[in-house]
Write a new protein. Structure first.
Length: 120
């Protein structure tokens, strides 16, 4: 009753905590909302007046900082999604192992007894 009842409910609780940690550690929703924000909030402000070279320089620097910010955030989002996939796969694999563990222990016991009998 404990192995297949309360412990599996506890397992899902722990598995949910791992999901929560990975999801919040990588801040995927925040990174998606701010995907095209300037990197490290670095930007250049345009000074008043009509100066086309200063305007072009400001636009270019701001565009580059936004592209760098999008690239860095994109890489972090990909790592975060990879971490979530890893948590899901590892959790499923461990759940299957936990469910089959009594049978695995019994099979190892039988194989050990069989090997011992053959050795004697």
């Amino acid at each position: 009753m404990w192995h297949y009842g309360r412990s599996i409910r506890g397992y899902f609780s722990v598995w949910g905590n791992f999901f929560w940690f990975a999801y919040n550690f990588f801040s995927i929703p925040l990174l998606l909302r701010t995907l095209f924000s300037p990197f490290e909030r670095l930007s250049e402000e345009y000074r008043k007046g009509l100066d086309l070279s200063a305007l072009a320089s400001t636009l270019l620097v701001n565009l580059i900082m936004r592209l760098v910010g999008a690239a860095v955030r994109g890489v972090i989002i990909i790592f975060g999604l990879g971490a979530l996939c890893f948590v899901a796969a590892a959790g499923l694999l461990l759940l299957i192992a936990w469910i089959l563990l009594p049978f695995i222990v019994f099979a190892f016991f039988l194989l050990g007894v069989h090997g011992l009998i053959e050795w004697i």
